[in-house]
Design a protein around this ligand. Sequence first.
Ligand code: PMP
Length: 285
Amino acid sequence: MSPPIYINGKYFSKEDAKISVYDHGLLYGDGVFEGMRTYSNKVFRLDEHIDRLYESARAILLTIPMSKQEMIDAVKKTVELSGLSDSYIRLVVTRGSGSLGLDPNRTSDPQVIIIVDLIALYDRKYYDEGLKIITASTIRNHPAALSPRIKSLNYLNNIMAKLEGLQAGCMEAIMLNHKGEVAECTGDNIFIVKRGQLLTPSADSGILEGITRNAILELANTLKIPARETTLTRHDLLVADECFLTGSAAEVIPVVSIDSRPIGDGKVGPTTKQLMIEFKKLVVR
Ligand code: PMP
């Protein structure tokens, strides 16, 4: 039996967990979400995810019908009921059902959904061998059109880039911003290592400020690996010594080739390996 799914305070089986076809989350991608992981029954950086969820909601003028503490308690309870000690959590808040027009003021009853399940974003072998990725021609949303800092239910921008990657036989794709700088991948943040220094696009590069990204920057600080948030171009990536991606679902995954060019010596680099090991230790602490 699959783990029970939380919808607005009640629990349903996977088959019975349903919301209205008039929900603006479905009709317009009008809503926000979070993806988190549990390690040994504990949600990794739950408070940070909840803060980001409420910030995303605030940015789209969506009032979540429960307090942060109630949300934290609901997530923990759903994790407990799932019986899974290592899991992936998808927390979704929709605008609720309304009319067929766009007007958010004509919606009511936002739906709070918590799904706890297993996820394997990439085949295990890529964590050993590294991913081969491409640069997508689809750029990241212009921050003045829709801020990439909002984790909204509208992921079409990322999906278009993901499709480009898949069509090129790659599991991920790099997205540039409107200035032609490197932003992030379709569902992960990106890092490079150059001459012993860890570099990642800064928050103003038009990225979702990943919680895993921040954890890696903190780890680098602890491990005395020099790290900097900066502007990166595709050129910087192509001449990097190492490259890896981070995300709640992906965790830390190496990249060994970009646009059919090997990164460094084309093998998973030592700093990437070290951070993968240290990240594993951090999450089970
Ligand atoms: N960028 C995008 C576009 C994402 O969707 C995600 C989350 N899947 C990330 C980066 C990584 O963020 P986090 O580490 O908080 O999961």
